[in-house]
Design a protein around this ligand. Structure first.
Ligand code: GLY
Ligand code: MN
Ligand code: MN
Length: 440
């Protein structure tokens, strides 16, 4: 079930209240060229989507707290036009923007330049993200400049240009119950796809064929498709963190790392990684490292609770990994010193997670200056420690050379975890990860 328009209206009300006397200009995403005159499938700007639920390109939303009730939410949209719709499909147009999407007023996008200065007149400031919207930015700057010119004559306070991000991203960071429903759905489909992939994976298959099984399931289940480039990485390919070539043959004796999640029609995302033996049996080295990553991941998931921080979750995983690597002889020295110096980073070089929501790497601060943001109910983060044993990074001075038998093993385990009132909910627990479930 997609969200009702009431949800978007409520978000707008909260946003407008938070703006104080500032007017906000939030552009939709444009269509992006893939090559020649072919475009990528349309992907809405998540900020714009969060406030409007309007899934067309080139639109612009204005939020105008300084205007009277009934003039505070204005949409500029592509108007209905038979000759355009016959090529590219239905548009809601100005009437739809008002009737269906709750705009107080709607105008053709072509009238933005002319109308924007009037709408912004009287606002205490303009909230607009500079540097991201090249088609809209000159119009905003022009309107802002005109206001500054007028200010000395009218005696109005000089206008500021401010970023809407802290307000908006603070709202997006804390998921409402109806958002968590959608994130559970993204998690369900994503977890099922991982289970299917493990059932088909076998030596001799190509990584791409496993990718096809995963993405077919996303589409069959009504999702838009993958939330990001699916990573299907056999053996040493798993040590390339953003491996998306997905074109190698799966080899007997290797592990397969799959990092894939779906994006729903309303853009909520799953982000899951699982790693398992292609032939159904771990080698001794694979199992030792797998159990270590799993222990780190489970400890880090267990740490997710209100009052904890993303940094604390990361530190929990790092400590388990470093102590385990010391036991295995892949590190030497004392755990505290290694952690302080980062002398484990040739084996674990990324953070343990990120916020998850309408963006896969979702918005919201992790820290404010020196202060780490405390987890609150409704926040959703991934927990995804890993180990990547290869020759790509130099072994830090004082650390042992890596024996050949460990090389080519890349493991990551990633779940999507929502903070609850008293702890957490693992949204992706249906994707199995216990070694006994991965062997056959
Ligand atoms: N799939 C991207 C990530 O795990 O962050
Ligand atoms: Mn992730
Ligand atoms: Mn991932």
């Amino acid at each position: 079930m997609l969200m009702s328009q009431d949800v978007y209206a409520e978000r707008r009300a909260r946003f407008v209240e938070a703006l104080g006397g500032a007017a906000a200009v939030i552009p939709a995403a444009p269509l992006v060229t893939h090559h020649a005159d072919c475009e990528w499938p349309f992907r809405q700007n998540s900020d714009f989507w969060y406030l409007t639920g309007f899934d067309e390109p080139e639109a612009v939303a204005l939020f105008l707290p300084h205007r009277p009730e009934g003039e505070r939410f204005v949409l500029f949209v592509q108007p209905r036009e038979a000759s355009a719709e016959v090529w590219n499909g239905f548009r809601w147009g100005c009437e739809g923007a008002v009737e269906r999407f709750g705009a107080d007023r709607a105008h053709p996008r072509s009238e933005l330049a002319e109308r924007l200065p009037d709408y912004l007149k009287g606002a205490e400031a303009i909230a607009f993200r500079v540097g991201r919207h090249p088609a809209v930015e000159p119009l905003v700057l022009q309107a802002w400049g005109a206001q500054l010119d007028r200010a000395p004559r009218s005696g109005a306070a000089a206008l500021g240009l401010v970023a809407p991000c802290p307000l908006l991203h603070g709202l997006r960071l804390r998921k409402a119950p109806e958002e968590l429903v959608r994130m559970r759905e993204a998690a369900r489909i994503s977890a099922e796809a991982h289970e299917l992939a493990r059932q088909v994976a076998r030596p001799g298959l190509n990584e791409r064929q496993v990718q096809a099984v995963i993405e077919q399931h996303f589409l069959e289940q009504g999702a838009r498709g993958p939330a990001y480039g699916s990573i299907v990485a056999g053996g040493d390919n798993a040590c390339v963190l953003h491996y998306t070539a997905n074109n190698a043959e799966l080899r007997d004796g290797d592990l397969l790392l799959i990092d894939a999640g779906c994006s729903l029609n309303d853009y909520y995302n799953g982000d899951i990684t699982r790693t398992f033996p292609i032939n159904g049996r771990f080698s001794g080295e694979q199992r030792a490292l797998y159990e270590l990553v799993l222990a780190a991941q489970e400890a880090a998931v267990a740490a997710v609770a209100p009052g904890q921080t993303a940094e604390g979750v990361h530190d929990t995983a790092v400590r388990v990994l470093v102590e385990g690597l010391l036991d295995l002889g892949l590190l030497s020295g004392d755990a505290d010193g290694i952690i302080e110096q980062g002398a484990y980073r040739h084996l674990y070089m990324h953070r343990t997670g990120h916020w998850l929501g309408l963006d896969v790497h979702d918005v919201g601060a992790y820290r404010l200056g020196e202060h780490h943001v405390a987890l609150e109910p409704g926040m959703v983060l991934t927990v995804e420690p890993g180990l990547y044993v290869s020759d790509r990074l130099p072994v830090p001075e004082g650390q042992p050379a890596i024996a050949e038998r460990w090389k080519g093993i890349g493991i990551r385990i990633e779940d999507d975890v929502a903070v609850t009132d008293h702890g957490h909910e693992n949204l992706t627990a249906a994707a199995l990860k216990a070694p006994v479930a991965l062997e056959r």
